[in-house]
Design a protein around this ligand. Sequence first.
Ligand SMILES: [Zn+2]
Length: 140
Amino acid sequence: MTDRRTRECGFGVDYPFGTIDEATMVLTLDPDFYGDDEDAPKTLRMQYVVCNACEGRGSYVNPSVDGHGIGREEFDEDPDFREAYFGGAYDVTCHECSGKRVVYTVAEDADSPAGTWFARWQAAEIAYASERAYERKYGY
Ligand SMILES: [Zn+2]
């Protein structure tokens, strides 16, 4: 049951894989992923927080333009570039929030059963992600 207010999401460490209903702000976990985990809740309450990547602007300057850092001289030497830069000519839609300015986060109380499960899940995901990064770094 998917309409425009619901979307598939997850596969990060921010929240488990499932479907979020934006009208109720409830994430329904995908049982294909968590069916074996008897402690897994069926749903998690969600909330919006301001996107960290773009600081709520919904866009940022393309990192290929200023990822190396732009010095004052570059602006002073090229006023047209300066104007275009600050006018948003090099802006790209934020990759993290797709321009929505906000991202989802889990809103369960930390000491509730669902919150406890989520904290454990997230810690395991972070450990797994860093293990994978380590393995890639050393070429396993
Ligand atoms: Zn963003």
